[in-house]
Design a protein around this ligand. Structure first.
Ligand SMILES: [Zn+2]
Ligand SMILES: [Zn+2]
Ligand SMILES: [Zn+2]
Length: 276
């Protein structure tokens, strides 16, 4: 499986476009991996996770080929994960598709609600909305996907497990420490993760960030509990992702904190080849 992090910041991005704080100043100075856009990832060039406002720009830059993407998992309807107005660009007149295969969005009913308002795209059949129910696995192409209820502010928030039968990844954004019913599912089903990526909005903050979002210390608790339940392969790669400028300055500084707790730090464009 090829897994690519396209965007690794929280809503405002890093640096915040209008922000003059010291963390943003340092991020601008370091550049490169310290510059982070809105949350998004791509599996095997064809399965997109989330649809923020940065999506079109990534396609223009050649980081993402939207002509190859026919399926998109949506975690929740916060603006940095779903920018529904962009789906209107699929409607007749705004695009001339190469084929008649629609773009299917997957999410809970609450998450998909803003996309339903994109009448031109929905009524032309250019986008299809498929509701998912937490804990009920479903098939997307050759992937088995399971949604979990996220400990997050937006109603209907979910995070996803994606498996191609050989490689299984857990994409846990945005969420705080997992709900107990998620832990019970993990204990019963014992997924074997090759890679997990956890919400780290709180960066290296020493406290807080247990509900809604997480920080490195809480990420470690999640990884330890998954390990105790036998859900992490011995070779599993542990990533942190989804950072805010309030808690993060540069990529290099974040790596120092994350490394101490056994995590790798994602960055925009970070590409993993898992079991290939
Ligand atoms: Zn977010
Ligand atoms: Zn800032
Ligand atoms: Zn959110």
């Amino acid at each position: 499986m090829k897994f690519k992090f396209l965007g690794t910041a929280a809503a405002e991005g890093v640096p915040g476009p209008f922000c003059a704080c010291e963390n943003c100043r340092l991020a601008r100075e370091e550049g490169g991996r310290s510059i982070r856009g809105r949350s998004q990832a791509l599996v095997d060039d064809c399965l997109l996770i989330d649809f923020p406002a940065d999506t079109a720009y990534r396609a223009w830059l050649g980081q993402l080929d939207l002509l190859k993407v026919k399926h998109c998992l949506v975690t929740h309807n916060h603006q940095d994960h779903l920018y529904p107005e962009e789906a209107a660009m699929l409607q007749p007149g705004f695009s001339h598709p190469a084929d008649d295969v629609p773009l299917t969005f997957y999410g809970t009913a609450d998450t998909l609600a803003p996309l339903k308002k994109q009448k031109g795209a929905v009524e032309s059949g250019r986008i299809v909305l498929r509701e998912v129910v937490p804990f009920e696995s479903f098939t997307v192409m050759n992937y088995t996907v399971t949604a979990f209820p996220a400990n997050h502010g937006a109603v209907g928030s979910a995070f996803y497990q994606i498996s191609d039968g050989k490689t299984t990844v857990l994409y846990a954004h945005d969420t705080g420490y997992f709900f107990e019913d998620v832990w019970q599912w993990m204990e019963s089903n014992k997924p074997q993760y090759d890679m997990i990526t956890l919400d780290c909005t709180g960066g290296a903050f020493p406290e807080g960030f247990r509900d809604g979002h997480m920080r490195l210390g809480v990420n470690r608790e999640v990884a330890d509990r998954l390990d105790e339940l036998g859900c992490l392969k011995p070779t599993a790669r542990l990533f942190v992702n989804h950072f805010t400028h309030n808690c993060v300055s540069t990529h290099s500084e974040l790596c120092i904190h994350a490394d101490k707790l056994g995590f790798e730090v994602s960055y925009d464009g970070c590409e993993l080849l898992l079991n290939t």
